[in-house]
Ligand binder design. Structure first.
Ligand code: NAD
Ligand code: TDX
Length: 340
């Protein structure tokens, strides 16, 4: 059994590789990643020496190299995590999002068709549904909710989902799609809310909360997402979309205050800054389908997961300190410097 994982040097892809190799120690896992700013080879250090693991540095947009790799490896399963994933960067520069998230997906779908892959899985996001209002907590995203993306990032992910569904309908390509809510956990790139706030708090730096911090996200520990994808590729029905989320809605400001409390840092570090353009108010997943069809339920409560995550950032300072001391500094200055 050979599994290709694209984007495996990033946050969720790396956690998925660890998860799969721990549950299926004999599976051949091939990681494809072109190592953008978000990809980090040191993340994969613990699996790099394994005989059944291979890392290949190529872009999913590189049709020739992807074709050659599929010819060599003849993968049974492909799970596509590779993407530009940060909403703020998509507002700054949309074009690479279209290139990677849409064209990259098309290249993989074509290779999967050509080489007879048994299952192609597209890792999508709840952001394709747009957002929900704050004043109606009984509304949730189901798989039937119309696509209504807000940012260039989510529009590119929605486009990729439509392409996948078209390949299923037109070519019978055996595929599945998962749309997950916000993940958190080890190896989360420090540009994202939770790791950014942990790193800044540990360095006694301001904690930049967009707007009033009232936006709501539905947080899921990354390992629970990995378990859901494993179930979907084994037992999910072809051509189907599965929403993944654990009913764990939190306001941004409450997360930031919790991080201050856990780290013993003063809330006076919190700085309200101008809002993200087009900022989605609330995401909330209805996970009934994956629960009833596949028996999936999240295992990690937020109170445990956030402590595990904070501990990981305390124990692995060199991982994120190296990131934030490099090119990230320029990004941070562009995004937050002088932002009021
Ligand atoms: P990430 O930014 O941490 O990692 C993305 C990885 O993809 C990096 O290793 C990067 O080098 C690689 N990559 C980017 N462009 C590539 C290309 N052209 N070719 C090959 N590799 C390329 O992202 P993440 O947070 O781990 O998200 C992974 C996937 O999960 C994405 O598709 C994202 O849309 C989806 N998702 C993320 C979340 C979340 O909360 N982080 C939630 C739901 C869905
Ligand atoms: O400095 C910040 N201050 C702040 O208030 C940052 C980085 C974020 N925020 C807010 C914006 C959002 O309301 O926190 C919330 C979470 O922001 P992000 O971590 O950027 O995540 P989000 O925009 O919700 O998107 C994430 O979840 C869905 C991932 O980045 C996507 O890849 C995934 O599809």
């Amino acid at each position: 059994m050979t599994l290709i994982v694209t984007g495996g040097a990033g946050f969720i892809g790396a956690n998925f590789i660890f998860y799969m190799l721990s549950i299926y120690p004999d599976m051949r896992v091939v990681c494809v990643d072109c190592l953008t700013y978000a990809g980090n080879l040191s993340t994969l250090a613990s699996v790099m020496g394994k005989a059944n693991f291979r890392f290949v540095k190529i872009s999913i947009t590189d049709q020739k190299s992807i074709g050659k790799l599929f010819e060599e490896e003849k993968p049974d399963i492909v799970v596509n995590f590779a993407a530009e994933s940060h909403v703020d960067r998509s507002i700054e520069n949309p074009s690479v999002f279209l290139e990677t998230n849409i064209i990259g997906t098309q290249v993989l779908l074509d290779a999967a068709r050509q080489w007879g892959v048994k299952r192609y899985h597209q890792v999508s996001t709840d952001e394709v549904y747009g957002d929900l209002p704050l004043d109606n907590p009984n509304l949730f995203f189901t798989e039937e909710t119309p696509l209504h993306a807000s940012s260039p990032y989510s529009a590119s992910k929605a486009s990729a989902d439509l392409l996948c569904l078209a390949y299923y309908r037109t070519f019978d390509l055996p595929l599945t799609i998962s749309r997950c809510s916000n993940n958190y956990g080890p190896y989360h790139f420090p540009e994202k809310l939770i790791p950014l706030m942990i790193a800044n708090a540990l360095n006694d730096q301001p904690l930049p909360v967009y707007g009033q911090g009232l936006n709501v996200r539905d947080w899921l520990y990354v390992e629970d997402h990995c378990a859901a994808i494993d179930l979907i590729i084994r037992k999910g029905r072809e051509g189907e979309v599965y929403n993944v989320g654990g009913h764990n809605e939190m306001r941004n400001i409450d997360i930031v205050k919790l991080i201050c409390k856990e780290l013993g840092k003063p809330e006076s570090l919190i700085t309200y800054v101008s809002d993200r353009k087009g900022h989605d108010m609330r995401y909330a997943i209805d996970p009934t389908k994956i629960h009833e069809e596949l028996g999936w339920l999240p295992k990690t409560k937020f109170s445990d997961g956030i402590r595990l995550t904070i501990k990981w950032y305390l124990d692995n300072r060199s991982w994120w300190e190296e990131i934030i001391s490099g090119e990230y500094k320029n990004y941070y200055e562009r995004m937050y410097g002088g932002r009021q």
